[in-house]
Design a protein around this ligand. Sequence first.
Ligand code: NAD
Length: 382
Amino acid sequence: MQITMQIAPPNWKKIMSSFKIAILSGDGIGPEISKQAVRVLKSLEKKNSHVFECQELEFGANAYFANGKSFPNDTKRACDDADAILKGPIGLSHYESEKIPLEERPERGALLPLRRRLNTYANFRPILLPKSMTHFSPLKSKVVGEGIDIIMIRELIGGLYFGVKERGKNINGVRYAKETLEYDEQQIRQILIVAFEQAMKRKKLLHNIHKNNVLVSSVLWNEICDEISQDYPAVTVVHMLVDAAATHLCLNPSQFDVMVMENMFGDILSDQGGGILGSLGLMPSACLGHDKAYYEPSHGSAPDIAGQNIANPYSMIGSVALMLEMSFGLISEAKTIWNAMHSIFDDGFVTHDLAEDNIDSAILSTSQFGDKVIEKIKIVGA
Ligand code: NAD
């Protein structure tokens, strides 16, 4: 995997050997997969001279039930103080969510405020399936070919999710809801520059995903994309409507390399990315600001499988690898994690979400997958 945007200064590794990490384990499967991620992180500490100082904090529904706030002040302070943040998924089932007042529900009360606070405007969502794992994809083998290797870059702190929201009754007494999708030129420019830079480091191919046939925000977005492309003559830009992109992802994913899009398009299309890999459990992500970043799986808290030790921790351990590379410049340590995880699948093991043939001996629980990653790291070193 080639992800080269880093917020760590290139020589940080030489300057620093101790890193302060805020751990927000989250809800549902969050604590189970976070536990494995922290174990893997700590196993690298033993191999190297690094110290990963991890502080566990409440965040999400667990925080609300413990003290009435889903993003408590202590957690805010610890996040501000940390070198990076590792976050598990948050949220509850539809029924359980009803027990929390709207403003304190995990997304509204914790997740969006975290993104806004850290100004994490660039969300990197790698959609990666090495050749040896292509059998996990529900797509035909001739479609998956040599594997899938796409980076989706999603704008994370603007658009519909952050616009003005309003509810009420109109003059006819009919209930209505209204929310606004707003982007300004600077917001669009900063995410597109990240995408062009990423394209320059990969295949110099950028798919700009939009909906300019109905949304005026996409018209502005595309205008700015064309302006910026003048500074990147080596990058081929393909403008594609978001609905068409959804189809092309299933029919011919290998045409894509770097894709960039606004917030809601990225939310939806990246889940489809998990679908073409075979599971959302294979979807880590990095959320980057100018000087702060947090790392989380792309998926939610999976209440349907929580507490059973069957969730796939790849997404969370992969988020550790992204953190090591992008926040700390620890590129070889990150590579060690990817290699360890991929070789577990190469050895014929699967996680529950990817198991098809029910050969029980080959199915790994959440904690067994963590054990195997650590074993592999011990063998190869980092
Ligand atoms: P989900 O992503 O939690 O689950 C969708 C499906 O994928 C489920 O069948 C689940 O079992 C499966 N799945 C997800 N991650 C998996 C893993 N690591 N291993 C194996 N299977 C996995 O989506 P949902 O059920 O719609 O949402 C549940 C809660 O998560 C909701 O409260 C939602 O708001 C929240 N959510 C949080 C985040 C976040 O914290 N960033 C993101 C998305 C959804």
